[in-house]
Write a protein that binds this ligand. Sequence first.
Ligand code: PLP
Length: 359
Amino acid sequence: RAYNFNAGPAALPLEVLERAQAEFVDFRESGMSIMEMSHRGVIYESVHNEAQERLLSLFGNPEGYKVLFLQGGASTQFAMIPMNFISAGQVGSYVMSGSWADKAYKEAKLAGGAHVAASSEDKSFLAIPDLKSIQAADNAAYLHVTSNETIEGTQYAEFPDSGSIPLIGDMSSDILSRSFDINKFGLIYAGAQKNLGPSGVTVVIAKEEMIAESPSNIPTILRYSTHYNNNSLYNTPPSYSIYMVNEVLKWIGEQGGLAGVESKNRDKAGLLYNTIDGSDGYYRGVAEQGSRSIMNVTFRMQSEDAEKQFVKAAEKEGFIGLKGHRSVGGLRASIYNAVPYENIKVLVDFMNHFRQTQG
Ligand code: PLP
C-alpha cells in the first residue's frame, strides 16, 4: 500500500476496503452487489438507516438531531445553508479563518447576505481567529465556522458560543476525528471523502427543528425539508458511498469511538509536529501553535527549491500527496483517521534522513 497523505479523497482503512471487497459482488447472499440494488429495497434501506444510527451513536445519540445524506459535496452546502436559513433582512455571519471559510462566505453573499463575524486575514489565515473576537451580526440567521481549514492547516481547539442563533460548522476535514459537544451546533456538514468514506455523499447532521421546514421558493432538491421528510431518499442516493460510510463508521466504533480515534490522532500529529519543531528550523510549521490542525499538517522548508526536492525524493519512496495546496504552496501531510501511526513513523524517519543527507 502507498503511504497516502492525500488531502482528499484520502486514505481509507485497509480493513474497510478488504471487507467491502469481500462483499462487493454478492451482498448478504442477495446475488447482487449493493450498488446494483434498488434504493427502495429492504436491504439497501437497512444499510442506509444503519449508517444514520451509527453516526448519531458515535456522537452520543444527541436528542433531536437527524442525519441527512446529500450530494453535491460540501460546496453545495455552502449554497444550501444561506438559501434555506436566511430570511429577508437577515445575513449569515461567517468566521473567516481561511480558504474554505471564504468560499462558504462568498456563496452566502450570493444567496442571501453575508457578514464577517471575525477574521484572521491579518495573520494570513495561519491562525483561527480569537474566539473572543467573534461577533455575529444583530440580524444574523446563524454563525458559520470552518472547524478545520484543510489548506492552511488550522483547526479550532474549541468552538465559539453562538448564543441564541444556531452555530453551523463545516467539518469536512475533521469530522469524527475528535470528541466535541454536538449540542452546541444547529447543523454540521462534511463531504465524506476525508474521514467518512469515498466521495459522492455529503453528510449533514442537524437539529430537526432547523430542517423540518424550508422556504417554498427555493428548488425542491435544495430544501433541507425535502430530504428530511424523505429520509434522504427523495431521489436516488449515492448508495455505494453511503454503504462505505457505514463500514467506516463500524471501523471507528472498533477503534474506541471518537475518544479512541482522537487519542490516536493526537499521537500521530504530535509525532509529526515534534519532528518539525525539533529540526532546528530545517522544517517550519506553518500554522500558529494554538491553531495547529491534527488532520492537515502544513510545513515549509528554507526554499521552494528544497521543497521540490523533498517532494520528489518522497515520491520515490512511495509517499503520496505531500505537496501543499497549489494556492499556498509548501508541504502538507494530511493524516486523517485512516492513516496509521506506523505511516507517520515512516514519514518522520524519511524527513530526518532527508535532513541529515540533504541539509
Ligand atoms: N470544506 C472543507 C473544509 C474542505 O476541505 C473541502 C474540500 O476539500 C470542502 C469544503 C469542499 O468539499 P467538496 O469538494 O465536497 O465540495
